[in-house]
Design a protein around this ligand. Sequence first.
Ligand code: SF4
Length: 485
Amino acid sequence: MSGLYLGMPAFPKAAKDSTKDATLRANLGHATRTIREKRARAVAELDDWDELRAAGREIKDRTLRRLDAYLLQAEQAVTAAGGTVHWAADAAEANRIVADLVKATGEHEVVKVKSMATQEIGLNEALAAEGITAYETDLAELIVQLGDDLPSHILVPAIHRNRTEIRDIFREAMGRWGRPAPEGLTDAPGDLAEAARLHLREKFLRAKVGVSGANFLVAETGTLVVVESEGNGRMCLTLPETLISVVGIEKVIPTWQDLEVFLQLLPRSSTAERMNPYTSMWTGLGPSKGAGGDGPTSFHLVLLDNGRTATLADRIGRQALRCIRCSACLNVCPVYERAGGHAYGSPYPGPIGAILTPQLRGLGTELDASLPFASTLCGACYEVCPVAIDIPEVLVHLREQAVDQGPGHRVEKAVMKAATWLLDHPAALAAAERAASATRGLHLRKLPLPGPAKAWTDTRDLPELPAEPFRDWWAEHRDRKDGTP
Ligand code: SF4
């Protein structure tokens, strides 16, 4: 995963800090409220939404069951169309492949379409270490990059910024990355968009290498699909001579007919649009490209595992691989709305991040082990998910695993073992109860446990023990009909 996220604190600590930021909370609250209301209206327009949702779920599940076969089919189709397929087991391998491909072109710059997969592997930082600058071209990603910031939302990575902050970032940083912001730039949306357009146009026209992700990979033809709203994706996919697409292996779908379902589910769930403004599709090089036609003259597809195969092996957890990254679950999540995306310590924030990140990275760090607990289990995320991922079910499943592996559980297991032995030996239990009653005057009213348990014990009194254990009282009184002494 990205080095940018390494060493970030566990969710409770990060969330405690971020919830104190009033500007962040106001920006997030306003943005998520607006998007989720629009989404609800867009979804309500379709009478067959539930059927579409069930179809999306079924297609993804069917594909995941035979993922190996569909990936090989896609590889064959991409290769037959003139592309080159590379397989990357982890982030380091994917980064090395991309860096070597860029170096082979002799270039030191690439333009990028917004891509969760490349954020996941920390590609920009890996390329920078090789002397290659990656320019983000999505408006929100540009704001994040210029602001030396981290993305905080899947769809709107700069959701935590307001217009005034964006104007200040443009004024301060654009000149260091290329064309400076226009004199007297205001925070009017049109002015900000124009400043970004002028800044980015230079990059598009100069770049010889483009790097993208993809929303879908259609196995039957090897076609990759990117859906976007700004047109920057279309520019990155068509202008450079070399195109490198880094795509998670779960993005494959079997046929074009399957794509029809997702192109209805995704725009309404993400931007609340009936159809997104730009849908770009590319298949290898195509017959005209190598012969001087439109588009790149060299195409490479890097298929990324990076924890996905391990996720697939988990019967409950594998649901997370159905995700089409629409971000609807983020926009309805009360925890995300208050804590913000950075608290999740990964490019995947919100409910999907809470189940996907600990599966991709494992539960080995304090941060990753804390993520399945970053939820109230209210179920709102499941209600809106267009592919019906039962996020609360996976959260509970991962909590079990986190507790199993955590140190707290070892103590709990030892206590449970002792209690089991005691309950299995009635004479010992009776003796323990009598001893407890006899010494009750010496008992503490609070249990001074250290560590995380302190928060629980500090606010709770221990119950007072009776002077006589119930079993002794019962032995004495059981023959009386009314049970009174
Ligand atoms: S989990 Fe569902 S709602 Fe959340 S981003 Fe993925 S597809 Fe969208």
